[in-house]
Write a protein that binds this ligand. Structure first.
Ligand code: C2E
Ligand code: MG
Ligand code: MG
Ligand code: MG
Length: 283
């Protein structure tokens, strides 16, 4: 019994929890082989101008095409990949593939200047080698740096040391764009936002979801006022603003009125394979 207490995890038997744990560690154990077997795929979601509806960028979103379980979303394995450190290798693959696809769109449609936006996990961004990984992805694929954007959450930007990552300035010096993902959900320290080489903020989905236009005037106005304040703040810092998770015309209309620059969400297109983006560029 004493032994069981010493190993707290074994003291209480919870069949559901342990089944979930087993599934989780099985997934984790399979990640490296999945990368070697090329089982990861990128889908891309349009980011459109709220002024004229043109597609100005796409966000690369990774999926795992599992041989038995089908298509698995990133929320089920990115955390695992961060815990095990595989995110560094997986992230390098994502960067390379996203740059390769973006370069092929650029070659096919040189006039479009479509930006590709890639998520960087905290652990990736904190690794000094990230600068070389990104530089290599650009060099190897030929994609001009200004067509690449990197997205980091506020907590990733602040790093484990509690101060902004050193790598950010080096990344910006490559000529690419930096965006703060899920803006408004973390600790937005104005002092650092002002000093860092950031180009864009992405307003977190929940604020946009709060804009419903279904007569719930109180809730509506509160989230609209928050979006209003965040957009003004971003613009005062000369940052462009992308609204995430835009699902309705009403939301798009309000966001346009609040001077949001670009929008992303099911209203403008769900994440799709690279061919879907190519078709949209051609159409
Ligand atoms: P995120 O960067 O905030 O990506 C936006 C998420 O919103 C995506 O989920 C997207 O599919 C989803 N979404 C799209 N349209 C709508 C909409 O209209 N309404 C709502 N409510 N949601 C919408 P997804 O693809 O499941 O990705 C989840 C998260 O996984 C991403 O959140 C990102 O943090 C992470 N992720 C995805 N790909 C990568 C990657 O290559 N590297 C890293 N480090 N993280 C990634
Ligand atoms: Mg993102
Ligand atoms: Mg986001
Ligand atoms: Mg998210």
């Amino acid at each position: 019994w004493a032994k069981a207490e010493g190993r707290g995890r074994w003291a209480v038997y919870d069949p559901e929890r342990s089944a979930a744990d087993i599934a989780r560690s099985a997934l984790a154990a399979n990640l490296p082989a999945a990368l070697d077997r090329d089982e990861f795929v990128l889908h891309y979601q349009p980011i459109v101008s709220l002024l004229d509806g043109t597609m100005v960028a796409v966000e690369a979103l990774v999926r795992w095409q599992h041989p038995e379980l089908g298509l698995i979303g990133p929320d089920r394995f990115i955390g695992l990949a961060e815990e095990t450190g595989l995110i560094v290798r997986l992230g390098a693959w994502v960067l390379r593939q996203a740059c390769r696809d973006a370069e092929s769109w650029r070659r096919a449609y040189p006039e479009t200047s479509l930006v590709v936006s890639v998520n960087l996990a905290a652990r990736q961004a904190d690794d000094p080698a990230i600068v070389e990984t990104v530089a290599e992805a650009l060099q190897h694929t030929g994609l001009p740096a200004e067509l690449l954007q990197l997205e980091l959450t506020e907590s990733a930007v602040m790093g484990s040391a509690g101060e902004p990552l050193r790598t950010l300035h080096q990344l910006a010096d490559l000529g690419l764009r930096l965006a703060i993902d899920d803006f408004g959900t973390g600790y937005s320290n104005l002092a650092y936002l002002r000093r860092l080489p950031i180009h864009c903020v992405k307003l977190a989905g929940p604020f946009v979801e709060g804009i419903k236009g279904d007569g719930d005037a109180v809730a509506d106005h509160r989230d609209e006022r928050i979006v209003d304040a965040l957009v003004r703040l971003a613009h005062a810092l000369e940052l462009s603003v992308t609204a995430e998770a835009v699902e309705t015309e009403v939301q798009a209309e309000r966001l346009r009125a609040l001077r949001c620059d670009t929008g992303q969400g099911r209203l403008f297109g769900a994440p799709m394979p690279a061919d879907g983006i190519r078709a949209r560029l051609g159409g």
